[in-house]
Write a protein that binds this ligand. Sequence first.
Ligand SMILES: Cc1cc2nc3c(=O)[nH]c(=O)nc-3n(C[C@H](O)[C@H](O)[C@H](O)COP(=O)(O)OP(=O)(O)OC[C@H]3O[C@@H](n4cnc5c(N)ncnc54)[C@H](O)[C@@H]3O)c2cc1C
Length: 323
Amino acid sequence: METQVELSKEPLIPENGDLFDIIIIGAGPAGMSAALCAGRARLKILVLDKAMPGGQTSTAYHIHNYLGFPTGILGSDLSHRMEDHLDDYNIHYSCEGVDDIGQIHSAEKNVQTDLGNFYRTKAIIVASGLVPKELGMPFEKQFLGRGVSYYAQCDGESYRDKDVVVIGGGNCACYAAEHLSKFVKSLTLVHRSDYINAVNNLREKIFNNPKINILWNSEVVDAFGIDHLDKLKLYNRTTQQHTWIDARAVFIYVGRIPEKTIMSLDLNVDEDGYVITDEYMRTNIKGIYAAGDIRSKQIRQIATAVADGMIAAINVERDVLGL
Ligand SMILES: Cc1cc2nc3c(=O)[nH]c(=O)nc-3n(C[C@H](O)[C@H](O)[C@H](O)COP(=O)(O)OP(=O)(O)OC[C@H]3O[C@@H](n4cnc5c(N)ncnc54)[C@H](O)[C@@H]3O)c2cc1C
């Protein structure tokens, strides 16, 4: 199913200093699910996202494992459907990044944004998700937007008929390689180990794709280009040899890490930086809840993010608003 869904109607715009029942940070699946649940309870809600609604889902390809879509759905279409679902509720929305949260231990907290606004609220649901992990190589910043990308779904089309590299060996790297291989000139998958850690059918697709060349036990260690990326330097961990290959783009998929912008909050986090909650999505700070991929948990998928968002909203209603 690859239907194009109409964009949502205009949401309500918040005013600087407004008081809300709930402020939801992040409009990915967890944040939108929380907004839906709170909207149905007729609460005064503000959703803030520093980017377009949809979160990681809008950067995903074909989603095959979300219940109700037996033939799958494009990530961008699912994002639009989720956004569309919120239309009938009075939800305030603003495209602003949350920089800080003040008065965190008070009954009325305030949220400060990168546009210089602040909003007051009785409860906060942190649903700020994950961001791509960087390799930590100088060339990433040097060529960002000029050949280095973390989003094949969004940026891939610019490299039609070009030589392209994907770094990584997990599900996301394999989906990216499979997607790009349909229209690039050559696709090299560079992986530091000798095992592809992806679901079985995806692994088979990668192995059987004649356009994908896998370089095992290899790392990208340097890059060269004048105005734009042109070549990548590889290091083979087995032979300990260096080689250069042509690459107009490199897509980096070496994992995702928790979004850290609002982590100055003294929220309890696990050793990897994920927010610890109880099963009600409560954090260690009264009135602050966390939902979705940002949480310390086993499975990070759309289904679990949606479930977390709903649980968080229900418990805000009960704990904070006494409904
Ligand atoms: C390439 C790819 C493919 C995937 N494929 C699948 C799949 O097939 N099936 C599946 O179930 N899952 C898939 N996933 C995982 C799925 O997308 C995530 O589990 C899900 O999106 C998590 O939802 P979330 O709402 O917790 O976080 P996110 O989707 O990460 O959304 C968080 C939102 O918070 C916003 N935000 C962050 N910080 C701030 C801030 N300070 N202020 C304001 N806003 C902020 C971000 O802009 C973002 O929109 C895929 C992920 C990727 C990257």
